[in-house]
Write a protein that binds this ligand. Structure first.
Ligand SMILES: O=P(O)(O)O[C@H]1O[C@H](CO)[C@@H](O)[C@H]1O
Ligand SMILES: O=c1cc[nH]c(=O)[nH]1
Length: 244
């Protein structure tokens, strides 16, 4: 089967995939694989395949924001991908989860618009527990400094605030760890289409006004956290593959 938006053939796709927003991050992840090959680079969707410790996997960029990312997730699942791990960045709500920390998201509050067009408001955006366990186990093994926390994240469409206030204060008070823009789509689409998903995020700053300073996602601390989460996601996939 030919997937017209990603511009890939399902026959070329393995059952495991790492997904991320940035096409350059996708290439950086694929550079850690053996026999890596780029299959397509269409719009924001860069698809590469390779092997990690004998496990074939794809690495695919989905761009910024849920509608475009959902197109990517839908086509990957149609192509036969069964396990998707998002390796992203996020803004933290808490002073003790500063830039350079990692957040494993086991569920997402659905503050974006895309999933409202797919499922009723009561439908949860949840990760696969096996993937979360594999990410946590891999995080305990992959070296690196900095906080690693597992919890709930919130998914927005807006990155910059307009004249309406984003509900940061309420979600922070409710114990949400961090904000990003695609996990709700990933978890809902995966649930609907019979795939399993999880996500790990590198904190690149603070998301709300109480804590925010100058936003700079290009620091050494963030780069090191991204490097570490890539290692954790690859190890998690190796663990999942070994257990199957
Ligand atoms: O680093 P990525 O994977 O792109 O994730 C986060 O970064 C982007 C915003 O800068 C959004 O896509 C958000 O979800
Ligand atoms: O969506 C995002 C991603 C990274 N950092 C943020 O503050 N927000």
């Amino acid at each position: 089967m030919y997937l017209p938006i990603l511009q890939i053939h399902s026959e070329d796709m393995p059952p495991y995939a790492i997904v991320c927003g940035d096409p350059r991050r996708a290439k950086a992840i694929a550079d850690k694989l053996q026999n890596a090959k780029e299959l397509a680079f269409a719009r924001e969707y860069r698809t590469l395949v390779g092997e990690y410790n004998g496990v074939r996997l794809a690495v695919v960029s989905h761009g910024v924001g849920s509608p475009g990312a959902a197109v990517c997730f839908e086509e990957l699942i149609r192509a036969g991908v069964k396990t998707l791990i998002r390796v992203g960045t996020c803004g933290s709500y808490h002073a003790d989860i500063p830039a350079g920390s990692l957040v494993i998201s086991f569920a997402a509050a659905r503050e974006e618009g895309l999933t409202k067009q797919l499922v009723p408001s009561g439908f949860p955006a949840v990760a696969d527990p096996g993937i979360i366990a594999a990410l946590e186990a891999a995080a305990a093994e992959v070296p690196g400094s900095g906080v690693v926390r597992t919890g709930i994240t919130v998914c927005y469409d807006a990155f910059f605030t307009g004249v309406e206030e984003l509900p940061h204060r309420k979600y922070k008070q409710a114990g949400i760890l961090a904000v990003e823009m695609e996990i709700a789509a990933l978890y809902v689409v995966s649930s609907l289409r019979g795939a399993r998903a999880g996500a790990i995020l590198a904190v690149d700053g603070f998301a709300d006004e109480d804590l925010s300073e100058v936003y700079d996602p290009h620091t050494d601390a963030v780069a090191q956290a991204v490097e570490r989460e890539i290692g954790i996601a690859l190890e998690a996939i190796a663990r999942l593959a070994r257990s199957e």
